[in-house]
Write a protein that binds this ligand. Structure first.
Ligand code: NAD
Length: 451
């Protein structure tokens, strides 16, 4: 059976299950897709823990901390979609705006079956610190719909995107809140969102970022998060005497972030010895060609369709001997039960909240250098900022200019956080949170939003 046919079958069987109102009737494909052993804590607990640790060190007043711990606005909407089985299915959509002291809210929109309010809340808060760490004039937000896009027809995906925009447009806009792609969404999704927003407000390209080039998207945006991850690796590498051209790496998740990080690492001469996605993983000490694999995935395949390498379950990826491990899938995938199996000397977090606090402690004890999500994956929002700035002027920079500017901002963020960490003897994650929180508090106080 072809992949497309098997997806279609999984989708139908899922719909049948729902029709019968029986949640326990999960398809076999569901079982196969079940993520490997996941975290002992939620994404929200992960972000809250790191915030609490930094807030304590900064001696933040309790009332200030409680403002920063909670969201400014949380919107939950109903998304009813008539699907090809003739039934209307209802999905839940969320947009959480965490803090807007430094500028318009900014953050991705995720389409994934595990999306819930708690996860979106955590990711929104992370965006507040991330935009501040990298000195962007933005606040933090996130959105999501609890739908599995792989089980939708393209027309149904479009209907979900348009319906979501119709329900949340009142709190969005170029000067209010600007969405971007995240897990399960892409440039096409952003095009539909922009078009739907335009029906109500007139052509407004700056209302979303990560759009296709044909619709005032920015050159370099698609690769930006992965490219940023590699800039971070290059900054951190000398601390462990690593030379990019002699480095081996493993990537967990081969979507937008993972596939671009892998391709750009490969351009530096580094060798990918392991890679996995939701459906499986492969290992090869001879190297896996990231460009070839990206083409397979672009053509609708999975990592396991790669010709070569040894197949292994996704959860064993962490055990592959390598220098750098790049998590680029979902949150909580490096956790208490598997952190001690990690062989790499460096982790550069492409994903959001991939490492639980217990795992972070285990990695620290093992001497692993962790470049944390709040700065490591900020390349996407940096180039989203460039796209927004270009859109507001209906102007366009070439890709080289985008990449050079991205490099400057990422290097600056790394060096500031690294210097702070060295000065106070704390890991990069703690230093990064401190940097972000301090900047947000200063902005909120200067505005008079808090005393
Ligand atoms: P994507 O949907 O393009 O890719 C996600 C990848 O993860 C896919 O290859 C998928 O198969 C894989 N995956 C899912 N579940 C898995 C599992 N259980 N085990 C192994 N792999 C699994 O998403 P993306 O945009 O690349 O985002 C990946 C991560 O990076 C997310 O945590 C996201 O929040 C974060 N991030 C994305 C951006 C961006 O610009 N897209 C920016 C910053 C952070």
């Amino acid at each position: 059976m072809t992949k497309e046919a098997s997806r279609e079958e999984a989708r139908r069987s899922d719909q049948d299950g729902r029709q019968k109102g029986d949640d326990s009737q999960k398809s076999q494909k569901d079982e196969e897709r079940r993520p490997p052993q996941r975290a002992e804590v939620s994404n929200y607990e992960i972000v809250s823990h790191y915030f609490g640790k930094a807030a304590e060190r900064l001696e933040l007043e309790d009332d200030v901390a409680s403002v920063l711990r909670s969201s400014y606005r949380e919107v939950q909407v109903q998304i009813p979609i008539k699907q090809s089985d003739g039934k209307t299915h209802v999905y839940a959509g969320y947009r959480v705006q965490h803090n807007g002291a430094r500028g318009p809210y900014k953050g991705g929109i995720r389409f994934h079956p595990e999306v819930d309010l708690d996860e979106v809340r955590a990711l929104a808060e992370l965006m507040t610190w991330k935009t501040a760490i990298v000195s962007l004039p933005y606040g933090g937000a996130k959105g999501g719909v609890n739908v599995d896009p792989k089980r939708l027809e393209p027309s149904e995906r479009q209907a979900v995107a348009r319906s979501f925009m119709d329900k949340v447009e009142k709190v969005l806009g170029p000067m209010r809140d600007v969405p971007a792609p995240d897990v399960g969404t892409n440039a096409q999704t952003m095009a539909w969102l922009m078009d739907e927003y335009g029906k109500l407000h007139g052509h407004t390209p700056a209302c979303v970022t990560g759009k296709p080039i044909a619709l005032e998207g920015s050159y370099g945006r698609e690769a930006a998060t992965g490219r940023g991850v590699v800039y971070m690796f290059r900054e951190a590498a000398p601390q462990l005497d690593m030379k990019p051209s002699e480095t081996t790496f493993v990537v967990q998740g081969f979507g937008n972030v993972g596939s671009w990080a892998a391709r750009i690492m490969q351009q530096l001469g580094a060798k990918m010895v392991g890679v996995g996605d939701a459906d499986g993983a492969i290992h090869s000490d001879e190297g896996i060609d990231a460009d070839k694999l990206a083409q397979i995935v672009a053509d609708g395949g999975d990592v396991s369709d790669y010709d070569g390498g040894e197949r292994l379950p996704s959860e064993d990826l962490i055990e592959i001997d390598c220098d750098v491990f790049i998590p680029a899938a979902l949150g909580g995938m490096i956790h208490k039960q598997n952190a001690d199996r990690l062989k790499a000397r460096m982790v550069v977090e492409g994903a959001n909240s991939p490492t639980t606090p217990a795992a972070d402690d285990i990695l620290a004890d093992k001497g692993v250098l962790v470049v944390p999500d709040v700065m490591a994956n900020s390349g996407g929002v940096v180039v989203s900022y460039f796209e927004w700035a270009q859109n507001l002027q209906h102007f366009r920079w070439d890709e080289r200019e985008v990449n050079d500017r991205l490099g400057r901002m990422m290097r600056k963020a790394f060096r500031e956080v690294n210097a702070r960490g060295k000065e106070s003897g704390v890991p990069l994650r703690v230093a990064a949170y401190e940097q972000g929180i301090e900047r947000v508090v200063e902005a909120a106080k200067t505005r008079g939003y808090i005393d």
